[in-house]
Design a protein around this ligand. Structure first.
Ligand code: FMN
Length: 272
């Protein structure tokens, strides 16, 4: 897919709510994503799953889900009604949690390109845009075997957000940006993710041919980072947090307590 270089706000479970997405979009994020949810739960009408994918305004948003049972995906899509702001779906192939990987989903899906391709095609058949967010596999060995490249080649998604770490790598370890260059060489549309926070980082990602960057943890303490990276003038950060809280008070989904307690030193210890 041909597109302008995109700035994306990363999904972050129990931190990035609809209000935070609205604020980040207002101050420079082109695209946002809802947090992880199982489509099997959505198919069942599970309340907390349904709540997590609720969109509150026209902020451009992809709904993120994971899962493996084709019938359940079809069941959910049959009853799904897009609302304002909905752009399409994002498949999570990056979640490192053992709860999921033991069931063959999340990060464990990177080694299941045929299954993933089938699921992506189902979403396309319903007429929705679909993209993938992934890691480099479960283990160093999977990464070395280039399973992530096989997946990108086989799956017909609009773009691939690549968090350049394999599952067991902690956020303290540097992501492997060389692997991003290999992803770009597939000629698919690649969005870089993992420790991107300066203009130099963005310039590097542009130079190697990525179509955009996705930013997660740095946004939690500075929702103006997208505007700063784009060179757009910004209001004071305090004003923006105030604006966020005003919005939160008018909405149901509210992670502000946890979000506002995060400090710079905490970022390396967050898990997700
Ligand atoms: C607390 C937390 C929750 C996360 N939840 C999700 C999630 O629901 N879905 C997802 O795809 N990634 C999730 N992630 C991963 C981020 O989207 C992103 O890939 C990761 O933080 C690396 O980007 P960064 O270095 O810019 O933070 C989470 C990360 C953290 C720290």
């Amino acid at each position: 897919m041909q597109m302008n270089f995109q700035y994306m706000l990363a999904p972050m479970e129990k931190l990035v709510d609809a209000s935070f997405r609205t604020i980040c979009h207002k101050y420079g994020a082109d695209l946002t994503f809802t947090e992880l949810v199982r489509f099997e739960g959505l198919a069942k009408g599970n309340n907390s799953a349904v709540k997590r994918i609720r969109l509150c305004d026209d902020t451009p948003t992809y709904i993120q889900f994971m899962g493996k049972i084709e019938d359940k995906l079809e069941k959910f899509l049959n009853k799904f009604e897009p609302s304002n702001g909905f752009l399409g779906f994002n498949f999570n192939l990056g979640c490192p949690s053992q709860n999921y990987t033991n069931q063959g989903v999340g990060c464990a899906m990177v080694k299941r390109p045929t299954k993933t391709a089938r699921l992506v095609d189902i979403v396309k058949d319903f007429g929705y845009a679909v993209n993938v967010k992934m890691r480099l596999g479960m283990t160093k060995k999977e990464k070395e075997d280039k399973l992530f490249i096989k997946l990108i080649e086989k799956v017909n998604a609009d773009f691939f957000v690549v968090h350049a770490r394999y599952r067991s790598e902690s956020y303290r370890k540097e992501p492997d940006w060389k692997a991003l260059e290999e992803c770009v060489n597939t000629s698919k549309s690649i969005i870089a993710n993992g420790n991107i926070e300066t203009k130099d980082h963005v310039t590097f990602m542009k130079e190697i041919g990525c179509d955009g960057v996705m930013i997660g943890r740095p946004v939690l303490i500075n929702p103006l980072i997208f505007a700063e990276l784009r060179g757009i003038s910004t209001p004071l950060l305090d004003e923006v947090w105030k604006e966020y809280l005003e919005l939160v008070n008018s909405r149901e989904m509210n992670y502000s307590k946890r979000l506002l307690s995060i400090e710079k030193n905490d970022l390396k210890n967050l898990k997700g």
